[in-house]
Design a protein around this ligand. Structure first.
Ligand code: DAH
Length: 338
């Protein structure tokens, strides 16, 4: 029996030597440690040993069992430690580049326009989105029943003060500037504006404008023309042609709309300019004497000009995006092209 035990021990030791991974460890466990395995069978066989031999044999078997169990545990722990130290990341793989964000095309247009006007000595001012009827209309010479109010479908706000609305253009910022700033005033005023328009490829209920205002002594229409042309040449290139068309706005007199020659077809006519060869870029004019008066400025002493651009329109022309909604859908496939 003693010889048997040392033979079994030798066998087990040989098998220990084959343990190199989880699979061989499991083979070992199945062969030697499970119910029908070598060790439990050996322990079981103690029953058949004559009583007088039991203490000595039992001791040997017990020692063997303790040795095998302890050694097995050691193998298991070593293997587990080895496994957990295997790196989960393959550092030899090429890295995944993080996506880089960039400035939205509307903000880019805004930044470009602002930097051009800053270069001409204009400062940047901002107004408020929630306006009152006085600043949005009345002070700008829109009489209460003036049909031009219908040109801008307004969102009115239910407010106990009455006459509160979402500004329909950035022109009310002109009024706030003229009322609060000493002359000369030479500012541009970018911001969001709101109109109750059906959403379509050409219009949104919320968009951006940039307003310009210059008030001083002896400001003339020639200054207005020179400023707009200087701006547009920097924005659209030196070869662009311009035309000033007579127009009407209640807050300017005379008023004009400015067109530039279509830079896609150089004035020959194409889809973008609807075959006219021209693209409208802004409204402008000399500040109406009544508007100056409304702001406490003497029209005999001072004069000025104003202009207004739609930022989305400029952006659409610059990018070739022909559905205004694409600028707001945040579709990364569209945005990453600009
Ligand atoms: N506020 C006008 C609009 O939204 C645009 C505009 C036209 C602004 C002429 C001006 C201007 O300052 O002089 O349609």
């Amino acid at each position: 029996m003693i010889a048997d035990i040392s033979f079994i021990k030798q066998n087990i030791e040989q098998d220990f030597a084959t343990i190199k991974d989880a699979e061989s460890l499991e083979q070992f466990r199945l062969k030697h440690l499970t119910k029908k395995g070598t060790l439990p069978v050996l322990v079981e066989s103690l029953r058949e040993i004559p009583k007088e031999d039991k203490p000595a044999i039992g001791k040997l078997i017990n020692e063997l069992r303790q040795y095998v169990e302890a050694t097995f545990k050691e193998f298991k722990e070593n293997l587990e430690a080895e496994e957990s130290s295997v790196p989960l990341i393959d550092t030899s793989l090429p890295g995944r580049m993080p996506l880089k964000g960039h400035i939205h095309p509307i903000k880019k247009t805004l930044d470009t326009i602002i930097s051009i006007f800053e270069g001409m000595g204009f400062t940047v001012a901002e107004g408020i989105d929630i306006e009152d009827d006085y600043h949005n209309y009345e002070a700008l010479n829109f009489a209460e029943d003036h049909p031009a109010r219908d040109m801008q479908d307004t969102f009115f706000i239910d407010d106990p003060r009455g006459d509160i609305l979402l500004r329909s253009h950035t022109s009310p910022v002109q009024i706030r500037m003229m009322k609060s700033h000493p002359i000369p005033i030479r500012s541009i005023m970018p911001g969001r504006v709101y109109r109750n328009e059906a959403l379509s490829a050409r219009s949104l209920a919320e968009f951006h404008q940039i307003e310009g205002l210059y008030i001083d002594k002896h400001v003339t229409f020639a200054d207005l023309k020179g400023t707009i042309v200087a701006f547009a040449k920097q924005m659209y290139g030196n070869n662009s042609q311009f035309r000033f068309r007579p127009s009407y706005f209640p807050f300017t007199e005379p008023s004009a709309e400015v067109d530039i020659s279509c830079y896609l077809c150089s004035g020959k006519g194409c889809r973008i300019c609807k075959n006219s060869g021209w693209l409208e870029i802004c409204g402008c004019g000399m500040v109406h004497p009544q508007v100056l008066k409304n702001c406490g400025i003497d029209p005999e002493e001072y004069s000025g000009f104003a202009f207004g651009f739609g930022i989305e329109r400029v952006t659409m022309l610059a990018t070739g995006i022909n559905d205004i909604r694409a600028l707001y859908e945040n579709d990364i496939r569209v945005l990453e092209q600009f």
